[in-house]
Design a protein around this ligand. Structure first.
Ligand code: IPE
Ligand code: IPE
Ligand code: MG
Length: 226
């Protein structure tokens, strides 16, 4: 049976969910938070150590300002309202992406929540925010050049946003689209990928458990034969 250390999720389909329910796209973003809470509970129960959530991509700046502001506001509220609960549940928060380019109020909350949860160890949640895999890789190679160290698989791993985080075993994308949208292109080299039809706010604990059960039965070769 395959152990699951790290699950990464492209939480897609919020906007369509809002429209489908005759509400706004932003109502879909709000509804998506319930799915996040459900998935966290399953991770804790199953003792999964790392959960990465793709929350805002470097390409999402192309969206209307109103939607972008709503998303940042939603995250701010989440961090303010849920921090005590996260601490109580021994969850560590980490942010990956170009955080310095975000609004200052959000940046302050990010730094505070990382600090407040830094000693926690049951589950590490990596929030991919203003994250793009291509810019992450370019940045990484620039750091390696500057440090004048050898370009190797190890030196790349050590200079990505995901340093100290094992590669995802499972990648889930909801929202009925089969693409990666600039997410963890290097890190998912050997991830098992699950494309789900359901929109993110409809994705629940049961859907997640089904994926975990399927994953257990997959023969992972990593290029070898067994
Ligand atoms: C994913 O849902 C959340 C973000 C990208 C922030 P979308 O907002 O992309 O929802 P759809 O794909 O338009 O339905
Ligand atoms: C990917 O969803 C980004 C996040 C879920 C944060 P998008 O909705 O931005 O992806 P595309 O544009 O459909 O590829
Ligand atoms: Mg989308």
């Amino acid at each position: 049976m395959n152990p699951v250390k790290h699950v990464a999720i492209i939480m897609d389909g919020n906007g369509r969910w809002g429209i489908k329910h005759k509400q706004s796209r932003n109502a879909g973003h709000r509804a998506g938070l319930n799915s996040v809470e459900d998935i966290i509970k399953v991770c804790l129960k199953k003792e999964i150590k790392y959960l990465t959530l793709y929350t805002f991509s470097t390409e999402n700046w192309k969206r209307p300002k109103k939607e972008i502001n709503f998303l940042f506001n939603l995250l701010e509220k989440f961090l303010i309202n849920k921090i005590d609960n996260l601490i109580k549940k021994n969850i560590k928060l980490r942010f990956i992406g170009e955080i310095n380019k975000l609004p200052s109020k959000l940046k302050i909350l990010i730094k505070a929540s990382e600090k407040q949860t830094s000693k926690n160890s049951d589950l590490q949640i990596n929030i991919a925010l203003n994250y793009g895999s291509k810019s992450e890789l370019i940045n990484c190679i620039k750091i390696i050049n500057k440090k004048k160290i050898k370009l190797t698989e190890k030196s790349i791993n050590k200079n990505l946003f995901t340093k100290y985080i094992p590669d995802p075993d499972i990648l889930i994308r909801t929202g009925n689209t089969k693409r990666l949208s600039n997410f963890m292109l290097w890190q998912i080299a050997y991830a098992e990928i699950f494309f789900e039809k359901k929109l993110w706010p409809d994705f629940n604990a049961n859907d997640f458990r089904k994926i975990l059960d399927k994953f257990k039965l997959i023969k992972r070769n990593f290029g070898s034969i067994q």
